[in-house]
Design a protein around this ligand. Structure first.
Ligand code: PRX
Length: 690
């Protein structure tokens, strides 16, 4: 492309009156096809797209901001409501100075998530359409369920739960691998108004126990074991340890329902506790496949999902029913340009928000066929994803940059060996996607014909917040582009002053959106202080963001003490508290460092108790401690011995300095005059490779 040929002029456009995108100066029709900054959807793609132009996006966006009630209630009316919401479509207070933070959507509306995902679609004639394609870890092992079959299974589990005293408002913990039974169980809870809390099956017993103690489930539903890649993981032992641990902390779990997964572990080889443990297969099939739904208020909680923050204790993010339903369905439809003929695959796990919103709820609300994959993306080899894409003729493929980078390293042959011709839309989530990974994903995986939806969002947001709409805007590799309908982003400076035009600052949101979380479980005050106190009258995301001259958003990563490892969100404080629980560890400071595949790696500076010698052995023990307390995914990549840590005179650790040392940028330490003891730095540099 010839940069001198840029045909972008500064024109007034439909967005000019909307303050935060008034920096938009791109007119799609004026972007030349060979402009290097932009990637345009093909004419064929645009012609069939749900949103076909920048103008169409801007018109809808304008309405969503100027008339949120009208915009969202029109969409909400496409769903089934036993009773319509009250006079107010929404009610909010995001200004902590005016009192309690409150977000409500469709309050007074009576509905049910499971009904809208299943019964509504079945009544519309989709009963025989495949809802879930399941691909096992081992090639050749697979299954599927139509919408009708799925409803039958959901009802059986729902009836079992009811029979065991689970009522509306009770919590149920789900600790399961990616079997069909995982979304089935989520939908079963929703059917009876129970609140599910899915815990990713890579969390340790201690982490699971912590969540059990916090939300006190009536029932824990798990699976005895799983095979991921060539490894077999005994989940039952983890669940048992967690249940014991919880009991010691005063919370006893009545029933532990265990799915038998004989491919990974046989029944007779599973440790069993009579009176507490029940095999799924022994009870569920005998229940009726009919279960009337429990109607709930739009603002009744649907689920709790724990996520990491900047202090040690995980936060129980609470999502409610009506707004979340409308929001996940709508974002799914537009960001992936969903069509009924699509076969959709998201590589996330249902243990994370991506799996909640974009494996289970968003797609099923649209009556989509969803692929659920049990295994790892590089087993038996790095071509597995494309083998699966060809097998099921996947049309929409949604994954994380870390997987893109790791497959990129394995070489193009693993990709080009497969046809992939069914693909039409690609998606990325979890961390910023670097332009080179974006290009590879676009050129090699998508054969330069599939737009990439780089979706920026969070556990808290429930659904996409900033995302391309694939037929609408020209794309810039690495930019999440523009806010979704109804989302009023603001980039603010450290004083909370909104920045205009081209800028770099903290990413906030000015008003509520239907999918927003409503509170932190049992701790509304923490909700207010974490998210609404930093910048008055804004929701603060915790992310940094730049806006370029054309109005495109570029996420720059977390600005708090949260790191993002392979798209997994980990609080540095959580890892630190795990490390210091080791009797030989006196102090620890954890920072994120750039990592070629994982995005960020975990780098831990550790001060040992006086007199304890450094050793490789101890390093391993410390790493093991973190694995046991959080999970393998949080294991530090590096333990750096630190005789002491750089601190201010008031004793505050200077992480900025640690980050520089960790990334070997020791000549860029910046101002070190605030250090209580400047000799610390040289000691640390000397120990870097020991
Ligand atoms: O830092 C952002 C990053 O992931 C964080 C949210 O993590 P979590 O709640 O675990 O949800 C992950 C899946 C939605 C954000 O604060 N993040 C997520 N998506 C992107 C991203 N950063 C840049 N670009 C993205 N597309």
């Amino acid at each position: 492309g010839n940069r001198n040929n840029r045909k972008i002029r500064n024109r007034s456009n439909a967005a000019s009156h909307i303050s935060h995108i008034n920096a938009v100066k791109v007119d799609q029709s004026l972007v030349s096809e060979d402009d290097e900054d932009f990637v345009l959807p093909s004419k064929e793609f645009v012609a069939q797209a749900n949103i076909q132009s920048q103008q169409q996006y801007l018109e809808m966006y304008k309405r969503s901001i100027e008339d949120p009630s009208g915009f969202w209630s029109d969409i909400a009316s496409e769903f089934y409501w036993k009773q319509k919401w009250g006079d107010k479509v929404y009610d909010e207070n995001l200004d902590i100075r005016k009192g309690k933070i409150k977000i409500e959507w469709f309050k007074g509306g009576i509905t049910n998530m499971s009904y809208n995902c299943l019964d509504r679609n079945i009544e519309a004639g989709l009963g025989d359409k495949v809802a879930i394609y399941w691909e096992g870890n081992e090639p050749g092992l697979d299954g599927s369920l139509t919408y009708s079959q799925l409803r039958d299974k959901v009802c059986q589990v729902a009836n079992y739960l009811k029979d065991n005293g689970v009522k509306k408002g009770d919590t149920v913990i789900i600790y399961m691998p990616m079997l069909m039974e995982l979304p089935i169980t989520m939908l079963a809870c929703a059917r009876i108004g129970a609140i599910h809390s899915v815990v990713f099956a890579g969390f340790s017993a201690e982490a699971l126990a912590q969540r059990i103690v916090d939300c006190k489930p009536k029932v824990v539903i798990s699976c005895n074991a799983v095979k991921r890649g060539s490894k077999s993981i005994n989940l039952k032992n983890i669940v048992d340890a967690a249940i014991n641990d919880s009991a010691q902390n005063g919370v006893s779990v009545g029933v532990s329902l265990v799915y038998e997964n004989p491919v990974a572990l046989k029944r007779e080889d599973t440790k069993w506790k009579e009176g507490q443990d029940i095999w799924w297969q022994d009870v569920i099939p005998s229940y009726s496949t009919n279960c009337p739904v429990e109607w709930v208020d739009a603002e009744d909680p649907l689920f709790i999902l724990y996520t990491s923050g900047s202090t040690g204790k995980p936060k129980g993010v609470v999502h409610t029913t009506g707004g979340y339903m409308v929001y996940t369905a709508t974002t799914f439809k537009y960001a992936f340009d969903y069509k009924p003929s699509d076969i959709y695959w998201c590589t996330a796990d249902c243990g994370w928000i991506t799996g909640h919103s974009y494996i289970t709820y968003g797609p099923m609300l649209n009556g989509a066929s969803v692929l659920v994959y049990e295994g790892t993306p590089n087993y038996p080899d790095a071509g597995r994803c494309w083998d699966i894409v060809d097998k099921y003729k996947v049309t929409i493929f949604y994954t994380a940059p870390t997987l893109v980078r790791s497959l990129m390293r394995d070489g193009d042959e693993y990709v080009t060996r497969y046809s992939r011709k069914s693909l039409r839309v690609l998606g990325s989530v979890g961390e910023p996607i670097n332009p080179s990974a974006w290009r590879w994903f676009y050129d090699v995986v998508g054969d330069s014909k599939c737009p990439i939806s780089d979706t920026w969002w969070q556990t808290e947001s429930g659904g996409f917040m900033i995302t391309p709409l694939p037929g609408s805007w020209p794309q810039k590799p690495g930019s999440a582009t523009f806010p979704f309908f109804g989302v009023q982003t603001a980039i603010v400076d450290e004083k909370g002053v909104e920045l205009e035009g081209e800028c770099n600052g903290y990413l906030c949101v000015k008003s509520s959106w239907p999918g927003a979380f409503r509170t932190l479980y049992g701790d509304h005050e923490r909700y207010e202080t974490t998210y609404f106190k930093p910048f008055a009258n804004y929701y603060f995301s915790g992310d940094g963001c730049k806006r370029d001259k054309d109005g495109y958003h570029w996420l720059t990563g977390r600005v708090d003490d949260v790191i993002n490892v392979s798209g997994h969100r980990i609080g540095t404080a959580e890892v630190e508290s795990a490390l210091v629980s080791h009797p030989k560890c006196a102090e620890a400071a954890v920072v994120g460092v750039e990592h070629e595949v994982k995005g960020q790696g975990i780098y831990a500076f550790v001060t040992l108790v006086d007199g304890v010698p450094y050793s490789q052995e101890l390093r391993k023990e410390l790493i093991l401690t973190v694995r046991q307390q959080i999970g393998a995914f949080a294991a530090p990549d590096k333990i750096h011995w630190a005789p002491s840590l750089p601190k201010t005179r008031s004793g505050k650790i200077i992480r900025r300095v640690l980050r520089k040392i960790a990334s070997k940028q020791v000549d860029e330490l910046g101002d070190t005059s605030t250090l209580a003891d400047p000799t610390v730095i040289n000691q640390l540099i000397e120990l870097a490779d020991s």
